[in-house]
Ligand binder design. Structure first.
Ligand SMILES: O=C(O)CCC(=O)C(=O)O
Ligand SMILES: [Fe+2]
Length: 245
């Protein structure tokens, strides 16, 4: 892997503080291995929403609390977490989780987006430390960022768009976490893709794939790594009845 010397080297400078994009964060081999683990997880791991399904590891977050304090399984820890730890925020400095309560992501949400599915614009709220690490697998798509108006209403058009390629890592923090909403349009094709409209254009692996301005979606799986502030004291004592396999 040809990782950058720091996150700062891959900052999305068109955005307010702060977001980082690393196009080649994992290899194709690693992508396939993780996809295989996601696809072969016990059926009970999946939660089906109306348009989307998801898995949570090691458990759900309920009332802003992580129910189960077991460590993440190896396949979610390595290579992703170990690699996040290996990249300092700025050269010679500490990694991005050094100042988070548990000094590490303790929760992973896995979302599956077949074509024509998305996620409504939202904020991630107070359950998490404001550092969100998203690894994309399988397909590219656009993440839209929205400004909320004074009265809390949503501006209809996104203020920025980030194109997330397969095997990329996107990290959003600070104001981008707290002041803006993010969402994914439920479409089969992202349109109007260009240097002018995509905030991380200069950091893309393959901008030439979008020379016609469109991205035809395939199924994209995302892994969202965060540090949940509150972890249940019951932790590992929780009865096996209430645990997902
Ligand atoms: O899948 C993504 O990239 C976004 C997921 C998301 O925003 C969330 O689960 O809160
Ligand atoms: Fe979110």
């Amino acid at each position: 892997m040809d990782l950058p010397p720091s996150l700062e080297a891959r900052r999305i400078t068109a955005l307010p503080p702060a977001a980082y994009y690393i196009a080649d964060f994992i290899t194709e081999y690693e992508e396939q291995a993780i996809l295989h683990k996601v696809e072969t997880a016990p059926k009970a791991r999946w939660r089906q929403l109306t348009h989307r399904r998801l898995q949570t590891w090691p458990s759900d977050v309920v009332n802003d609390t992580l129910l189960d304090a077991r460590p993440l399984p190896d396949w979610l820890e390595d290579p992703v977490v170990s690699r996040i730890f290996s990249i300092p925020l700025s050269e010679g400095g500490a990694n991005i989780f050094a100042t988070s309560p548990h000094q590490r992501p303790n929760h992973v949400l896995i979302n599956e987006y077949p074509p024509n599915t998305g996620i409504m614009p939202h904020k991630d709220g107070g359950a998490y430390h404001p550092v969100v690490c998203t690894v994309s697998l399988g397909s590219s798509l656009c993440l839209n960022l929205y400004k909320s108006k004074e009265d809390g209403a949503l501006e209809p058009e996104p203020v920025w768009r980030i194109l997330q390629e397969p095997r990329s890592l996107l990290i959003t923090t600070a104001d981008l976490y707290s002041e803006y909403l993010h969402g994914i349009e439920p479409t089969s094709t992202d349109v109007d893709i260009s240097e002018k409209t995509i905030a991380n254009w200069t950091l893309l692996r393959s901008p030439s794939l979008y020379h016609n301005g469109i991205n035809v979606r395939q199924t994209r799986i995302s892994l969202t790594y965060r540090d949940v502030l509150k972890v249940s004291k019951l932790g590992s004592k929780i009865g096996p009845m209430f645990k997902r396999p």
